[in-house]
Design a protein around this ligand. Sequence first.
Ligand code: NDP
Length: 298
Amino acid sequence: MAASIIDGRAIAKKVRAEVAEEVERFKKVHGYPPGLAVIIVGDDPASRVYVGSKKRMCEALGIYSEEYALPASTTQEELIGTIRNLNNNKKIHGILVQLPLPDHLDEGEVLETIDPRKDVDGFHPISVGNFVVGKEAFVPCTPLGVLRLIKETGIEIKGKKAVVVGRSNIVGKPAAMLLLANHATVTICHSRTEGLPGVCREADILVAAIGRPEMLDGSYIKPGAVVIDVGVNEVGRTEEGKRILVGDVKFDEAKEIASHITPVPGGVGPMTIAMLMRNTMDAAWRQAGKGGCGCSCK
Ligand code: NDP
């Protein structure tokens, strides 16, 4: 039987509705909205599109936002100065620096300048460390989206074998840590993993975060597995110039074997911004002295 398609657009909409409701509750209690600042350096067209959609999403949910569009010539000192000002800005609860940064800027130092209480992308080493030891911390948005999608299938994660292919700090590692925190038995694979198809075929939950178009075909999938495809790979353009995207999983083959599967596009992609809004909301609660939203949304 063909797999159920996990509808990331619909689930992201649900997350946004939850956050919008909470924003209203927060405003009633505190008299001001949660605030997010987004910093972009240079004029990379894709980054501009992402920043634009983050701003529009904030507006739609009632979150206050500030955008800092800095020229490509911005120095390290200027960028760090902007972040320090935002660290002290009471209207701002979350700070996001759009990556990648121009080559002359030191990304590590920039990310470490963000106050960990405002680190809604979850990239600060303090956030990573707190998360790994099980303390309250921000977790990167895409893996949070992955977890939410798995939870929405209704399958129990506890005790399941999960395999994550990819070990980046942004997706693979935090996705694996989230599954571990939810009591899965987790294997992390990467480019040097031997016997990858066999390892993947053991997985009740398979997360692909590789960046290789349709690399995982049907031979990697265990019958009945939940398959989450994080990959976004452009394989061409339509006549109208629209990007043709595929994931890391060969969808047509995998959907005949899996029990649940995410499409690309329309799976993990829409979740990332929704989870950024979720993290911004949590940042505002925490800074206002309330420990998160207290709901079971994650
Ligand atoms: P990275 O390039 O940082 O990491 C890719 C990982 O895949 C690495 O750990 C690499 O292993 C591993 N890998 C590469 N080739 C193979 C192979 N042949 N066999 C096994 N493992 C392999 O990518 P990201 O984690 O940043 O992103 C992964 C994908 O997710 C990309 O397609 C990206 O576009 C997409 N993405 C989607 C997002 C969304 O919102 N939907 C957000 C972020 C990313 P090694 O470490 O050994 O090099």
